[in-house]
Ligand binder design. Structure first.
Ligand SMILES: [Zn+2]
Length: 236
């Protein structure tokens, strides 16, 4: 009797393992090709306030040079990626960057919407902190506008052909960097008790957010003048 019980147990265990493996295999083969985009957390609401806006000399404050950014990008980023299709296959290293409640992705001309997990998390944190900061200063919410993400080797060749000043050593090739516009923001539903901030004020609020994260050694930041954007490289 005992022997039969043991054999039945063995058979049951084997059946369970086989079924589990089959289900896992099916889920892998039909699952999404790329990792899931990060979504903003449902944090507790922020009280509307009147916190003052700092005055930051953005050009002086954010002047991390390319060689410094490049060193960390090559350390924590991916190897340069040939094209969009190749990026889509790097499911364990890259996550897609799609519009959400705190930022929107502009029409990308020379990059594809992917970042490393660390850079995607940093971008999300910047968007959430910017939203909360605007409210604390009594300014209506706006989404950030992302103008550049992962630059593939195909993009680099196109840029070179067009004689556009595209550094072949751009940190964007390593999926660790992104550009956030500072002259344009995407207005959201107005909030009672808030007023519309002008672009200059919102640029300063974004500067405060970036300064805090940079002080925590989470990123390098360059205030670009040729294109009105912050060029940011994640250090994680
Ligand atoms: Zn950039």
């Amino acid at each position: 009797m005992k022997k039969i019980d043991r054999r039945a147990l063995w058979i049951a265990a084997v059946v369970v393992v086989v079924l589990y493996s089959a289900v896992a295999a099916i889920r892998c083969s039909v699952g999404p090709k790329v990792g899931k985009p990060l979504k903003p957390q449902g944090k507790s609401p922020v009280e509307v306030g009147h916190n003052p806006i700092s005055k930051i000399r953005l050009g002086q404050e954010f002047n991390d040079m390319n060689d410094v950014q490049l060193e960390v990008a090559m350390k924590v980023g991916v190897d340069p990626v040939e094209n969009r299709a190749a990026a889509e296959l790097l499911t364990d290293k890259l996550v897609p960057v799609l519009d959400n409640s705190v930022y929107k992705v502009d029409t990308l001309t020379h990059s594809v919407p992917f970042l490393t997990k660390g850079a995607a998390q940093l971008l999300l944190t910047i968007g959430e902190n910017f939203r909360d900061s605007l409210l604390r200063k009594g300014l209506n919410p706006h989404r950030l506008i992302i103008t550049s993400l992962l630059r593939t080797e195909e993009d680099v060749r196109v840029l070179r052909r067009g004689n556009i000043n595209a550094s072949e050593n751009s940190t964007h090739r390593y999926a660790t960097s992104f550009d956030i516009a500072y002259a344009r923001f995407d207005p959201q539903n107005k909030v009672k008790g808030c007023k519309d901030g002008d672009p200059g004020q919102m640029k300063m609020v974004l500067g405060e957010v970036l300064r805090d994260l940079r002080n925590e050694s989470l990123c390098y930041v360059k205030f670009e003048r040729r294109q009105p954007c912050f060029h940011i490289t994640s250090r994680k």
